[in-house]
Design a protein around this ligand. Structure first.
Ligand code: SAM
Length: 245
């Protein structure tokens, strides 16, 4: 069988395309791209002329079968998404699972990932972190995740679109309180800014000036000692209530 390559592409700066990514895409039998039109520009820039097919959110299940068939026939398939690492808030996961179930080798061609690069530039603890990607759109699910994040002690990394940023900051402020946050914007691009602030201050600023560009939010986790103290207080309180009755 062929090999399924997950090829990372730049998140803004074309110089972040690795020589290995270029070679892998050139040598593959087929490129499965999230947005074929967007990828054409990238591929032309690097003089890559491999045949391309679409593999995106809306055809990922049906298309995965087609791609698996081609891999089983011995072809090498390279997956690229609009930006960054395939499978990270981008299609890829299902295809990888099916490939592994079919005994196909899956191989990474590493490169940019917005979440990791925002985290390492945030100055917040990197030893333990959780990646929540985009908060779910479904109201109930969203509320559940925000509830879970209240007691999260690891650094929290989120993705958000500019037109939803204010609403998300409002909800984060309501759920987590006014924590320190880093807003990593337009990473690797001309207008890159990495701003350390608090959720409340960010909210005030963005209510005045509409957010633009792509954002990663890096939020400090809950303090472990504070959380422990709170839990002890809650236990002590419930004991006094019991004594009372
Ligand atoms: N697969 C990508 C990766 O590896 O980072 C993520 C794809 S996801 C659909 C797109 C989101 O990633 C954006 O909404 C934004 O939150 C974040 N993002 C992508 N590029 C970025 C950049 N240059 N600067 C800041 N955030 C970025």
């Amino acid at each position: 069988a062929g090999i399924l390559y997950l090829v990372a592409t730049p998140i803004g700066n074309l110089e972040d395309m690795t020589p290995r990514a270029v070679r892998t895409l050139r040598e593959a039998d087929l490129i499965a791209a999230e947005d074929t039109r967007g990828s054409v520009r990238l591929l032309n820039h690097f003089d890559i002329h491999t045949p391309m097919t679409s593999y995106h959110e809306y055809n990922k299940l049906s298309k995965a079968h087609v791609l698996i068939d081609r891999l089983l026939q011995g072809e090498n398939v390279a997956v690229v998404t609009d930006a960054g690492t395939p499978g990270i808030s981008d299609p890829g996961e299902e295809l990888v699972r099916m490939a592994l179930q079919n005994g196909i080798t899956v191989s990474p061609v590493p490169g940019a990932c917005a979440a990791v690069n925002a985290l390492v530039c945030s100055g917040k603890p990197t030893r333990r972190f959780c990646f929540e990607a985009f908060l779910p759109m479904d109201k109930k699910e969203r509320a559940e995740i925000l509830e879970e994040l209240k007691t999260e002690t690891r650094t929290i990394v989120l993705y958000e679109a500019p037109h939803r940023l204010v609403r998300t900051l409002e909800e984060l402020l309501g759920a987590l309180g006014d924590r320190n946050i880093t807003l990593a914007r337009e990473l690797t691009k001309k207008h890159e800014t990495i701003a350390e602030t608090t959720i409340g201050d960010a909210l005030r600023a963005y209510r005045e000036k509409e957010p633009r560009g792509e954002y990663v939010l890096v939020i400090e986790g809950r303090s472990r000692s504070e959380l422990k103290r709170e839990k002890q207080d809650a236990v002590a309180q419930s004991m006094t209530v019991e004594e009372h009755f």
